[in-house]
Design a binder for this molecule. Structure first.
Ligand code: DX5
Ligand code: ZN
Length: 218
């Protein structure tokens, strides 16, 4: 069984990239559980963020698990480049690739395999993959950039996933990503989420430790 405690995963997308190492150290000592790394390719999403070299550099400033979120086309082609320093890799259902095969490859490498869905994707689309992933990443904003407002219409998707998790005998984390602050974290956790990705709310908080504690204890 995977642990169901609430985990807070600050997204380095909201960090000051010119001081990435310090920023990763700062949220690590502020009590983060995982470090979330948003990889964007300019194809799957319009934005380009960073690739494996930057994630590897970040890994040298923390001993926390690195949670890699690939917002890229053909994620299967890039898995190996992250595997030696990532703990989990999430790939999008909407991206072109063989989803089952990609998830299996991540698991075979000993990492947690995540399946991510964008807001427009109905939750029913993940049903065929139940049992094949360790993390269901439900995007609560449109992928591509930080600082957007949480989409409350995603709450029923979280609740449905939690029902499958409790009924189906499949254990997995439900991770929410986008627009997470103390208020939207509470709604998400009440719906069934247990991993909270938070970019802006943690990195731009006056005190990251206070913010992380607040998120974890909603
Ligand atoms: C959006 C990314 C998110 C983003 C969250 O495409 O997947 O992880 O960084 O940032 P905030 O918390 O600012 O919405
Ligand atoms: Zn993300």
């Amino acid at each position: 069984m995977l642990s169901r405690k609430i985990l807070v995963a600050p997204s380095i997308l909201a960090s000051d990239f010119s001081r990435l190492g310090d920023e990763v150290e700062r949220v690590t000592s502020a009590g983060a559980d995982w470090i979330h790394c948003d990889v964007m390719d300019g194809h799957f999403v319009d934005n380009i963020s960073f690739g494996p070299a930057i994630v590897e550099a970040a890994s040298r400033y923390t001993s926390l698990p690195l949670d890699v979120h690939l917002m890229i086309d053909h994620p299967d082609r890039y898995l190996e480049r992250f595997m030696s320093f990532a703990s989990s890799i999430s790939v999008h259902l909407e991206a072109p690739h063989d989803v089952s095969k990609t998830l299996a490859t991540v698991r075979e490498a000993g990492l947690l395999a995540g399946l991510a869905i964008s807001p427009q994707t109905p939750i029913e689309k993940i049903e065929p993959y139940l049992g094949a992933f360790d993390i269901l990443l439900i995007m609560t904003v449109n992928p591509g950039r930080g600082g957007q407002a949480f989409l409350p219409d995603m709450l029923p998707k979280i609740a449905q996933a939690a029902i499958w998790r409790s009924q189906g005998g499949h254990e997995f984390h439900i991770e929410v990503d986008g627009g997470i602050n103390a208020r939207t974290a509470l709604d998400s956790v009440q719906a069934g989420a247990n991993i909270l990705v938070a970019g802006t709310s943690v990195f731009r908080a006056p005190d990251a430790a206070v913010e992380i504690k607040q998120l974890r204890e909603v």
